[in-house]
Design a protein around this ligand. Sequence first.
Ligand SMILES: Nc1nc2c(ncn2[C@@H]2O[C@H](COP(=O)(O)OP(=O)(O)OP(=O)(O)O)[C@@H](O)[C@H]2O)c(=O)[nH]1
Ligand SMILES: [Mg+2]
Ligand SMILES: [Zn+2]
Length: 301
Amino acid sequence: MVKKDVELAGGRVVRAIGGFFYVEPLSGGDIIECSVRGKLKLTHPDILVGDKVKYLPEDSKGVLTEVLPRETVLKRPYITNVDLLVVVFAHQNPDPNPALIARFLVLAASSSIPYLLVFNKTDLVGKGKADKLANIYREYGYRVLCTSVVNNLGKRTLKRELAGKVSVLTGPSGVGKSALLNMLSPGLKLRTGTLSSKINRGKHTTREVQLLKINPQTYIADTPGFSQIALDYLKPEELAGFFPDFLRFLGKCRFNSCIHQNEPDCALKKALEAGKIDPERYDSYLELLKEIRKYWTNRYR
Ligand SMILES: Nc1nc2c(ncn2[C@@H]2O[C@H](COP(=O)(O)OP(=O)(O)OP(=O)(O)O)[C@@H](O)[C@H]2O)c(=O)[nH]1
Ligand SMILES: [Mg+2]
Ligand SMILES: [Zn+2]
């Protein structure tokens, strides 16, 4: 039972493991290990990293008593109350793959959380090549930042972007997500991995999702690099709407339900033929579309 005369404290879950929730008090101070009992377990069986909670301090530990309403929920990784998504790729090692970039950007766009695309390891390519790639994505309509952990490129801009927010770094394994966090906050000493030389891919060095505090009010979740993120929650006809470079051509096809593949009088395909859409982006679109259609047909068969 919660005693009425005891002051409840507020905090944020920064780590969840083995039925315990590690809560950072809003007032600052050490992280408190909290357990959940009885009623709250029933009403909130899925307390997540990012949740804002109230708890009853008990000795040096605590008992969660309330979970506050969530502002946002990100599916992959499963984490709440995120203000900014930072989608990280590398200029090289691993080489950027347009369809994989599109996949992560669609995930970000469909989450309704503001996001930013970061191309890391700028030191591995010349400035010309780095700018060229960044500008291609800027022209599609994305916010892009080039960084390098080797020479601290983009450090100040990234710090400014993250200040006062809860951010999540996503992107494939080996692109330097943990290394970027170490650059921003050297005290974190996060483990970083070397690329396995045979396949030139990351080795999934980071295994757990947790919120790290890098400044007062500023949290970042380092996440394990996903190689595949299933876009199984999207409808085929929604997909094009998550490509900012396609937006101005949408709503003009003959059929409202057009998925811009083989339909007659498709405004998007006309734009493609007229050179107003990058064929590489359209290829990425088709690749994702094919996958989403497969989920849908399997579901309704
Ligand atoms: N040259 C160069 N190497 C970098 C840079 N950033 C990271 N690296 C290296 O890239 C490798 C992978 O970095 P990590 O930070 O472990 O990558 P990650 O994205 O966290 O990978 P996962 O935890 O597996 O998802 C490490 O060897 C880093 O030292 C950079 O800006 N330039
Ligand atoms: Mg990592
Ligand atoms: Zn169409």
